[in-house]
Design a protein around this ligand. Structure first.
Ligand code: APR
Length: 307
């Protein structure tokens, strides 16, 4: 298994470290536009291999030749959100970056699976699909795993229980209109509405929705990367190990959930072929309305793109 991570910044480098430490690849290529950055981080990471006991070969480079024949490409290149900046403010800059890196990466690895992390997520995943010309099962966006992980953490904190016993579902776009689903979120199998009052649920849902900006406001000069990299690596692990995990991911919808021609977060089955199935769950009219609104926002952003 050969994996390429594009962008050796906070998300990319942390994801690379997790991939190496889990030995998900025999060869891991870290690419960045900044001269020396991926080489330095890649070498430093590989020098931890004797201590951490992994045999993944980590190579940092500015050149795409080295990435040839990759099975999975994780796209994290872009600028990160600063305080006061919405994900949409990032769109024009990051669309150009994602377009350039996708073109170069897929020319070397035409059979690869692309996983996109750059924001605004749903729109950048669309850019990667459009530019690569890949089928939808090979271009997937990472958002739902992160949003659900945030929701799970807040539920665990609120109830003082292990995160291991908390599961949560968040659908929709990765933005202010994401759709957390409390009735499909459980603690030891018990649905959230049976465990806490509506006001508490609403507070946790709001915190989940604002989860990205909460971290931006603390860090001031960058955005979250520990949880985003973990989330991307969970998707990669599901693909590498052909686990058939059901995870919320941004998928190109073609009629599922009554939505068409839009990237939106829905539960999907991840295996060796990438997105192997979109799982359709029954939504209440309010939840469907939330999802529709979220999809409309993504469509409106896609319409602003100049590719
Ligand atoms: N080719 C390759 N790498 C690039 C390019 C490019 N054309 N343009 C920028 N990069 C690199 C930068 O040099 C930098 O090292 O992308 C990296 C981004 O790293 P950070 O600034 O640390 O940002 P990070 O926190 O990793 O976030 C990356 O993921 O979560 C999203 O919103 C976030 O869009 C952002 C992306």
């Amino acid at each position: 298994m050969k994996i390429t991570v594009i962008g050796a910044g906070n998300v990319g480098a942390t994801a690379a470290q997790r991939i190496a430490e889990k030995e998900l690849a025999t060869e891991l290529i870290l690419v960045d536009v900044v001269d020396g950055l991926p080489q330095g981080k890649g070498l430093d990471m590989y020098e931890s291999a004797p201590v951490e006991d992994f045999d993944t070969k980590v190579i940092g480079t500015n050149s795409y030749d080295v990435t040839a024949g990759s099975d999975i490409i994780l796209i994290t290149a872009g600028i990160a959100r600063k305080p006061g900046m919405s994900r949409d403010d990032l769109q024009a800059t990051n669309a150009n970056i994602v377009k350039t890196v996708t073109e170069q990466a897929v020319a070397q690895s035409p059979q690869s699976i692309l996983i996109v992390v750059s924001n605004p997520l749903d729109v950048m995943t669309y850019v990667a699909m459009k530019v690569s010309g890949f089928e939808r099962h090979r271009v997937i966006g990472m958002a739902g795993v992160l949003d659900s992980a945030r929701f799970r953490s807040f539920i665990a904190m609120e109830m003082n229980v292990s995160v291991e016993d908390v599961s949560a579902f968040v659908l929709g776009g990765h933005g202010d209109s994401m759709v957390p689903l409390p009735r499909y979120s459980t603690v030891a199998g018990i649905p959230l509405p049976d465990l806490m009052d509506q006001a508490t649920i609403d507070r946790l849902v709001k915190r989940t929705r604002d989860g990205g900006i909460e971290i931006v406001n603390y860090l001031k000069t960058g955005s979250a990367y520990y949880a985003p990299s973990s989330s991307a690596v969970q998707m990669i692990e599901a693909i590498v190990k052909d686990k058939k995990r059901i995870l919320p991911c941004a998928a190109w919808l073609q009629g599922e959930y009554n939505l068409k021609d839009v990237y939106c977060g829905v539960p999907v089955k991840l295996g060796r072929k990438g997105m192997e199935e979109i799982i359709q769950i029954k939504l209440t009219p309010e939840e469907q309305a939330g999802l529709n609104k979220s999809a409309e926002d993504v469509k409106a952003s896609i319409a602003k793109l100049k590719l």
